[in-house]
Design a protein around this ligand. Structure first.
Ligand code: NAP
Length: 276
């Protein structure tokens, strides 16, 4: 809907090491990911209370800004009209950027949605962000946010989506596709639960991976981004992990692969949107 070109596999930053010996590798991992095409970088004012935005700003220093697609999020507790504008300015400062690519409401809170969306529209008009969106919104709330934005498009809804959390396949994904809204899957590996999911699948991921000379994690990322409006943002603070994840960008699953994964990880019943 926006016409922006964004790589389907990006990089998350929640729980990035904020200090200590692993900090340097984390910054190098982000740069390596960018080199490999994972130029969609996701962060939030909440992560490390701003420290992760700073870390990201340091990691991208010297990289041409137009190569990157930077997303950050305002906390619901800051999402009044003036609070949203001020939060964007603080994030820009920490990221050392003049504009954001995408600014999201992290989840819905107590300020009226209309007020936050009005601030979002104003940030777009003033060139502080190219696009705006929401996170952790169910299908109805997503449409409500879009309606409040008027002529400014709702670019994205960032939601929990992995092999064990597929409720959004029932309604949210088809509706977003119909409306031209990108769905960005967060926590694609379920953080620590990947090993459990993998065992539960009884070798399905490994079989599909072997067929494509890929890895099981690459198969997961390719599955989660199997349709044109689906994106994902795995987080990896280790360079080897980033390199593996980037490889998924090239992997195209066929209908048989997708059917096998659907069987191993069924959608389950429609239910409320899960969030972390
Ligand atoms: P995740 O991406 O599912 O899992 C991250 C974990 O997987 C880390 O421990 C990472 O290890 C490991 N990992 C990544 N690639 C790997 C690989 N190739 N091999 C082995 N291990 C690998 O979980 P997440 O961080 O919760 O989600 C991703 C991003 O989504 C977040 O970072 C954040 O940007 C976003 N998010 C948004 C919301 C929201 O409310 N909007 C909520 C949660 C997350 P290392 O770090 O050691 O490499």
């Amino acid at each position: 809907m926006t016409g922006a070109r964004v790589p389907v596999i990006g990089q998350g930053t929640w729980d990035m090491p904020e200090s200590g010996s692993r900090l340097q590798e984390a910054k190098e991992a982000i740069r390596r990911g960018i080199e490999l095409g994972m130029t969609h970088l996701d962060t939030a004012e909440m992560y490390g209370s701003g420290r992760v935005e700073e870390l990201l700003g340091e990691a991208i220093a010297g990289i041409a800004r137009e190569r990157l697609f930077i997303t950050t999020k305002v906390l619901p507790s800051n999402a009044s009209y003036s609070g949203t504008i001020a939060a964007a300015d603080r994030s820009l400062k920490r990221l050392r950027c003049e504009y954001l690519d995408l600014f999201l409401l992290h989840w819905s809170g107590s300020f009226p949605l209309e007020e936050t969306m009005c601030a979002f529209a104003s940030l777009v008009e003033r060139g502080k962000t190219r696009f705006v969106g929401v996170s952790n919104f169910d299908a109805e709330a997503m449409l409500e946010a879009a309606a409040h934005l008027g002529s400014v498009p709702l670019a994205c809804n960032q939601v929990l989506y992995n092999l064990g959390e597929r409720a959004i396949d029932h309604r949210l994904i088809p509706l977003a596709r119909e409306r031209g809204i990108a769905v960005v899957a967060y926590t694609p590996f379920g953080r620590g639960r990947f090993a459990r999911d993998r065992r539960a699948a009884g070798g399905t991921l490994e079989r599909v991976a072997a067929k494509h000379d890929a890895t099981a994690r690459q198969v997961v990322l390719a599955f989660l981004t199997r349709e044109p409006n689906l994106f994902t943002i795995p987080k990896a603070a280790r360079i080897a992990h980033v390199e593996e994840n980037a490889g998924a960008g090239e992997l195209a699953l066929d209908a048989g692969d997708i059917a096998a994964i659907e069987t191993a990880f069924p959608r389950g019943r429609p239910g409320p949107l899960a969030m972390l």
